[in-house]
Design a protein around this ligand. Structure first.
Ligand code: ZN
Length: 137
């Protein structure tokens, strides 16, 4: 079995990054580690570390993106939970062999040079799950 290391981040879809940072950074006091535009994900993301994990604020940059459709349909809120793994390709093979429904059968580019893949909520109990593998040091 492959190893799940920890909860890497909890992602929240927002429509206005600055306004929402007013809570997470300014009121709650979490540090803002940085923001990044992800062309492949059609989103701008902000990461706020908390312990071993992070809060990821996701603002869609394209109305056709999955997060934009999520926002239009359900409004701002929790979007996915992400787990860091050692070997993403191996985890994907393992899940596939168990009939788990994957959104990405192959890893795609994530924030900070990471590789990520999403698992369909249908297989997880209703939660979009992201698996991520950090960039090589
Ligand atoms: Zn994520």
């Amino acid at each position: 079995m492959t190893t799940i290391k920890h909860v890497d981040h909890l992602a929240i879809v927002v429509d206005d990054l600055d306004r929402v940072l007013g809570f997470w950074r300014d009121a709650l006091g979490l540090p803002l580690a940085g923001t990044e535009v992800l062309p492949e994900q059609k989103a701008e993301v902000a990461f706020l570390p908390v312990g071993d994990s992070q809060i990821e604020l996701v603002r869609p940059t394209d109305e056709q993106s999955g997060t934009a459709r999520f926002l239009a349909k359900r409004g701002p809120g929790i979007h996915h939970v992400a787990f860091e793994v050692n070997d993403l390709a191996a985890v994907l093979l393992q899940l596939k062999s168990r009939g788990v429904r994957l959104i990405n059968e192959q890893p795609v580019s994530g924030a900070g040079g990471s590789q990520v893949a999403f698992v369909h909520p249908e297989s997880t109990g209703g939660v979009l799950v992201e698996l991520c593998q950090a960039a090589e040091e």
